[in-house]
Design a protein around this ligand. Structure first.
Ligand SMILES: *Cc1c(COP(=O)(O)O)cnc(C)c1O
Length: 349
């Protein structure tokens, strides 16, 4: 059987990085966020393509991801860990030269005691209430800590995908208040923040989803195509139902293709009876429930049975599929399962 194939356009990822880089001034460094296996697309190949495009600094969520990334990139590029210095991570941080973004007084103490002199940054909480040192704690430790020479002060915006949200300005003001006058490099923006304009750029930006073709970066080049092989077809008579729970019933004689992927592969069950697959330029509705390994598609109107149907591609972006399933592009991307064959497209430079 042909396998379900996820095609990843590395040139498009590199082009998206360059586009985001050009949205900020020449003095602003553009990093790349490749947590969660580069948003599901494969950290090794993706990070190497980004390094070739010019990225010199990478962010991951956990130290283990940093280890995989160091393996892929070798020495040189800086690897920052957003979860900071967690207990048990000291050796990995030291041996693989990872830069933890310290999130609490506990982490600050742990880091300075375990690895004095080892590079670190500090994540500040400016209103998202998720990770980072809060205002009062920061005011207490800043005078001592700034001496220890953090190489970055960063914070993260909670509502950057909504340019009119008042929290953006509030977080910006809090970030300025916490960092002004330190003379240290600063970073506030992920993809959404880059699009909010220069006041949000500071010294370094940290785009993730925009690199992979996702909103809110509307100018992104699409990156992924997902083709699912047809395993079997059948004719269904009027009144017959398809799939678990009999949620779809043929009204006229229909041809149903059973296709190899399901919710175990990251196609949400909420796409049942809603999503569209594509045979080239021809849309084919998903009918019945999405099951664990299979989905069923109405191909009555096709003149030939296709070998495969696309669920992501030029006619349906990650965000379009996410909207159909009631989620966001990030969740579709990071849910793309390990059973797909990942095929990388890259033009030799
Ligand atoms: C995930 C993440 C990013 C990247 O966000 P995108 O919206 O994908 O660009 C940047 N900074 C932090 C702290 C993150 O958690």
């Amino acid at each position: 059987m042909t396998t379900a194939t996820l095609t990843i356009d590395l040139d498009a990822i590199a082009a998206n990085w360059r586009r985001l880089d050009r949205l900020t001034g020449p003095d602003v460094q553009t990093a790349a966020v490749v947590k969660a296996d580069a948003y599901g697309l494969g950290i090794t190949r993706v990070a190497r393509a980004l390094a070739l495009a010019g990225a010199r600094r990478f962010f991951v969520a956990y130290a283990e991801e940093g280890a995989a990334l160091r393996q892929a990139l070798g020495e040189g590029p800086q690897i920052s860990v957003l979860s900071g210095h967690m207990s048990g991570d000291t050796e990995m941080i030291h041996d693989l030269d990872l830069t933890p973004m310290l999130n609490s007084l506990e982490q600050i103490t742990r880091h300075l005691e375990a690895l004095p002199g080892h590079a670190f940054g500090v994540q500040l909480d400016t209103g998202m209430n998720r990770l980072g040192v809060e205002m009062l704690e920061w005011q207490a430790v800043a005078p001592i800590l700034v001496e220890a020479g953090p190489e970055l002060l960063m914070s993260h915006l909670a509502c950057a995908d909504d340019p009119d949200h008042p929290l953006n300005e509030a977080q910006l003001a809090a970030f300025l208040e916490m960092t002004e006058g330190t003379g240290l490099p600063r970073s506030l923006s992920a993809t959404g923040g880059i699009l909010l304009g220069p006041r949000y750029h500071f010294d370094l930006t940290r785009p993730g989803v925009g690199l992979f073709g996702g909103l809110p970066f509307e100018a992104a080049q699409p990156v992924v195509t997902l083709s699912l092989p047809v395993i079997q077809t059948r004719e269904v008579a009027p009144g017959e139902a398809v799939g678990y729970g009999c949620t779809w019933e043929a009204e006229t004689p229909a041809v149903i293709a059973t296709v190899a992927a399901g919710y175990a592969d990251g196609l949400p069950r909420t796409l049942s009876n809603i999503a569209t697959l594509w045979d080239g330029d021809t849309p084919c509705p998903l009918v019945g429930r999405v099951s664990m390994d299979l989905i069923t598609v109405d191909i009555t109107h096709l003149t030939e049975v296709p070998r495969s149907l696309d669920i992501l591609g030029p006619h349906q972006t990650v965000d379009a599929l996410a909207e159909a399933g009631g989620t966001i592009g990030y969740e579709i991307l990071t849910g793309l399962g390990p059973r797909y064959l990942r095929r990388y497209q890259e033009n030799p430079a």
